[in-house]
Design a protein around this ligand. Structure first.
Ligand code: PLP
Length: 445
């Protein structure tokens, strides 16, 4: 496979862009692969190589690279009148109405421009609403590039996870392990009256995929209610991906106070959103006193793309299709792992899938959830499947990135190079894409 043009573009990019990329996760080894164009579930790179693309823009592309006709038409009609106005438009009201109708926790919603902006605003809102400063996060959870969550360590000893974040931010952040009921109970016993919010991905998807164990989110829900803290679900990835139009919260049956969105809700354009009960969301200016504002917020083209995408999903078999392909992949990969690497854990749900190269596990093929880890206590692997972000980080991440990912790429199958991110099926993918991907797995694993 020839990558000469990608290599040359990277060479040029290194002279004018830090690390040659605009988002650090794109800096794959030994150099990024530059995209030229998409075609359904496939992507063609700058050298003309074609891949089955399971990265899907890291989450937003529910339809792959070809948009359904009504989505395309909505985008065209909203670009025709000029890109934006700085005045409200009908389409943002329609999009808000659609989301409020389908997502259990949402009565009112503020649209912003990225998932990061959504979680930053949600944390500010929670602090303003409760008059408290501390925020509980999950070790290995990801909420974008924000000061209050780029924090690692434990609730007793938290520190910034990157240069450039003052220690003072970490003082107000309490990281705990995901899926650990005892740790959650303890952190509330110690700091309960100072906790503004628990910020949690309902399913760890950026350091995973890790499903919640039975009852975990119910525990967080109860602790927040008992202590007057807000439960914030970060559904930037899971929103309109898991649980269909009701999002992961409807699948789990737990209703948070606030939900952050991004990715799919903008139909492939830059987006974020913060939704919740009217009482809480109206804490944002100008209704309330928590400042929130943005030149591009509620951008008409983004709103048109997002709303048309979700409406199309409401009226077609979109979730059936993407979830069926997700299941086929997880089942197929589970079979292949059972033969070749029974210690590996296949994870995911709905249209998300991933293989975590766990180091230990039962060697009997029969001993696992057949379509991805569901944290089933009856499953023979239950004790060995990742429960926390740390469990995923302890897997063979180098083997994934430097051996397996490269091998799959050479077979024409594009996965996320980073072991922690997940893969997605789209409406444009076909059963043939699944078959070819499983063949590649057989050849490379
Ligand atoms: C992608 C992501 C973010 C950040 O969104 P950006 O649009 O990249 O800023 C935040 N939280 C979760 C759960 C995400 O998956």
């Amino acid at each position: 496979m020839n990558h000469e043009r990608s290599r040359q573009l990277y060479d040029r990019a290194l002279s004018v862009a830090p690390g040659g990329v605009n988002s650090s996760v794109r800096a794959t080894m030994p150099h990024p692969i530059f995209a030229e164009r998409g075609d359904g579930g496939h992507v063609i790179d700058a050298d003309g190589n074609r891949y089955i693309d399971w990265v899907m823009g890291y989450g937003p592309l529910l339809y792959g690279h070809d948009l359904p006709e009504p989505v395309e038409a909505a985008i065209q009609s909203h670009t025709a009148g000029g890109p934006m106005y700085g005045m409200p438009t009908e389409i943002e009201v329609e999009h808000a109405e659609f989301v409020a109708r389908h997502v259990p926790s949402v009565e009112s919603i503020r649209f912003v421009n990225s998932g990061t902006e959504a979680t930053v605003s949600a944390v500010r809102l929670a602090r303003g609403y409760t008059g408290r400063e501390k925020v509980v996060i999950m070790q290995g959870g990801y909420h974008g590039a924000q000061e209050s969550t780029l924090v690692e360590g434990t609730s007793d000893s938290a520190h910034p996870s990157t240069a450039g974040v003052p220690e003072a931010f970490a003082e107000h952040t309490l990281p705990i392990p995901f899926n650990d009921v005892e740790a959650a109970t303890e952190v509330f016993a110690e700091y309960g009256d100072d906790i503004a919010a628990v910020l949690v991905e309902p399913i760890l998807a950026n350091n995973g995929i890790v499903m919640p164990v039975d009852g975990y989110h119910e525990t967080l829900r109860d602790l927040c209610t008992d202590h007057g803290s807000l439960l914030i679900f970060d559904e930037v990835i899971t929103g309109f991906r898991v649980g269909g139009l009701g999002c992961a919260q409807s699948a789990l049956g737990v209703t948070p106070d606030v939900t952050t969105f991004g990715k799919i809700i903008g139909g492939g354009f830059p987006v974020g959103a913060i939704g919740g009960t009217a009482e809480i969301i109206e804490g944002f200016t100008p209704a309330g006193d928590v400042f929130q504002s943005g030149t591009f917020s509620g951008h008409p083209v983004t709103m048109a793309a997002g709303k048309a995408s979700l409406e199309y999903a409401a009226e077609n078999d979109v979730y059936d299709h993407v979830n069926r392909l997700g299941r086929m992949l997880r089942e197929g990969i589970t079979e292949i792992c059972a033969e070749r690497a029974p210690e590996y854990t296949v994870v995911g749900t709905d249209s998300m899938f991933k293989t975590v190269f766990t180091r230990e596990g039962p060697t009997s093929a029969a001993d696992c959830c057949p379509a991805g880890c569901l944290q089933d206590p009856e499953c023979g692997r239950y004790g060995a499947c990742p429960k926390t972000g740390a469990d995923v980080a302890a897997a063979e991440t180098d083997r994934w990135e430097r051996v397996f990912w490269q091998g799959m790429k050479d077979e024409g199958v594009l996965l996320t190079a980073n072991q922690f991110e997940c893969q997605f099926t789209s409406y444009a993918h076909t059963e043939e894409d699944v078959e070819r991907t499983l063949e590649a797995y057989r050849a490379v694993l």
